[in-house]
Design a protein around this ligand. Structure first.
Ligand SMILES: C[S@@+](CC[C@H](N)C(=O)[O-])C[C@H]1O[C@@H](n2cnc3c(N)ncnc32)[C@H](O)[C@@H]1O
Length: 205
């Protein structure tokens, strides 16, 4: 499946292709406490060793930390800039655009931090449904999006436009449940200027 060049995600990916260096510079090497909390919560449901597919690895920070915790991580990203960056570090990484490419394999965990916020509500429905056969029965889907209303373009961090869809807890919960997932956790963390929603879900039986 090819991505229409007019799609908001294609434009967002073009920003990551051009602005990967700025993204790396603007991303703290140490994760915020919020993310450490997500890793801890993940471990209460699926303990390492376990296989984990990361969507949108970017700098590779989270993959490195999850590997240190004992997960067998498969790194992926849709942007060639990030794929090349990780390959230069000697790491194995696949180019994977979850809107257009087939996911291969079945994992204990699929993890995507701050990736699905670049998808429209309709795109997210499709992605969640297509992830389902790629997570084992007692496995997990873990993802984060930004809280808020509506959607729009932002040039923060990269100085280039990226498209964001903002979410509120009840609508997100309904959407995830409507795509064949059972929501185990939906947490809301308020940071300095951003509210983050974290979803931990497992295939509904
Ligand atoms: C805000 S960054 C988050 C990166 C990383 N997970 C982190 O926490 O720093 C968004 C990431 O999503 C990736 N991305 C955007 N659209 C994607 C798509 N359709 N398929 C896979 N990855 C995508 C981008 O290339 C980028 O690495």
């Amino acid at each position: 499946m090819t991505q229409s060049p007019e799609s908001t995600n294609a434009a967002t990916l073009a920003a990551y292709e051009a602005g990967a260096g700025a993204y790396v510079e603007g991303t703290p090497a140490t994760p915020p406490d919020r993310l450490t909390g997500v890793f801890n919560l993940l471990a209460t449901h699926v303990r390492p060793p376990a296989t984990l597919l990361e969507i949108g690895s970017a700098t590779g920070r989270d993959a490195d930390l999850l590997e240190e915790r004992g997960y067998a991580v498969t790194r992926t990203d849709a942007a060639t800039s990030f794929v090349n960056l990780l390959r230069r570090r000697g790491l194995a990484v696949d180019r994977l655009n979850v809107l257009t490419d087939e996911v291969r394999g079945v994992y204990d965990v699929i993890y995507a931090n701050a990736v699905f916020l670049h998808f429209s509500r309709g795109e997210l429905v499709g992605v969640l449904a297509r992830m389902l056969p790629h997570v084992r029965a007692r496995g997990l889907l873990v993802f984060t999006v930004k809280g808020g209303t509506g959607e729009g373009w932002s040039t923060h961090k990269l100085d280039l436009p990226r498209h964001f869809t903002y979410w509120q807890e009840p609508a997100l919960r309904r959407l995830v449940a409507s795509t064949g997932w059972q929501v185990l956790e939906l947490t809301v963390a308020t940071g300095a200027d951003t509210e983050w929603l974290t979803v931990i879900a497992r295939p509904a039986v």
